[in-house]
Design a protein around this ligand. Structure first.
Ligand code: 3PG
Length: 223
């Protein structure tokens, strides 16, 4: 039996300013750092000992991870950073204010872009790959992603990096993003495509999954 704790990063400047973010690399606000510290405290109270922490290539998740590990007094554990845990890529919406986009195209369309499983947001014309992704190969950064596309690039990471360690009895921590975690929760909780729009993941709210030795969920709670 092993435990998985998943956590969305603390509030970012873009969350505060209501801006579509995706792969834009924005910092935490002071409130976001406090949320991370509080999340770390909640996880510390479980007395779980973690084998590894998995996070994205984006600073809001990386800084949250560091704050959590410090609170846990487990800064020594290996940290794996992967583009596969990055937020869903918001394409040409990134950097735009969500209310301004609503005013331009209507609330219904924005809700579909934000919460449907298969709808792809307007794509960027082109992307110039940031050097942080070079080690993963060329053309990693997409021009935009639906939640479904993010789900499919996340799942190999679950299968190769997280699930085997849980099966080996090692507790794992995942610090990622709203939509990446919605994708993971969709898989773990077997949420149908049409119901995923109702799943929300709050900043700084750790979710604990306890598994049996065949990776079946025994218990799920929000800490
Ligand atoms: O990328 C973003 O803008 C946020 O991390 C998540 O935003 P959403 O709630 O609009 O998907």
């Amino acid at each position: 039996m092993a435990t998985l704790v998943v956590l969305r990063h603390g509030e970012s400047t873009a969350n505060r300013d209501n801006i579509f973010t995706g792969w834009n690399d924005v910092p935490l606000t002071a409130k976001g750092r406090q949320q991370a510290a509080k999340a770390g405290q909640l996880v510390a109270e479980t007395h779980l000992q973690f084998g590894r922490l998995h996070t994205s290539m984006l600073q809001r998740a990386i800084v949250t991870s560091n704050i959590v590990l410090e609170r846990l007094d487990q800064l020594f554990i290996p940290v794996e950073k992967s583009w596969r845990l990055n937020e869903r890529h918001y394409g040409a919406l990134r950097g735009q204010n969500k209310d301004a986009v609503k005013a331009a195209v209507g609330e219904r369309q924005v809700k579909i872009w934000r919460r449907s499983f298969e709808t792809v947001p307007p794509l960027l014309d082109h992307v110039t790959q940031d050097r942080r992704y070079d080690k993963f190969g060329p053309h990693i950064e997409p021009r935009g992603e639906s939640l479904e596309m993010a789900y499919h690039r996340l799942m190999p990471y679950w299968t190769d990096e997280i699930a085997p360690r849980l099966l080996d009895g090692q507790n794992q921590l995942v610090v990622a993003h709203g939509s990446t975690l919605r994708a993971l929760i969709k898989y773990l909780d077997d949420v149908p495509d049409e119901q995923i729009s109702q799943v929300e993941v709050a900043n700084g709210e750790p979710i604990r999954y306890d598994f049996d030795d065949r990776l079946r969920i025994q218990n799920k709670i929000v800490l």
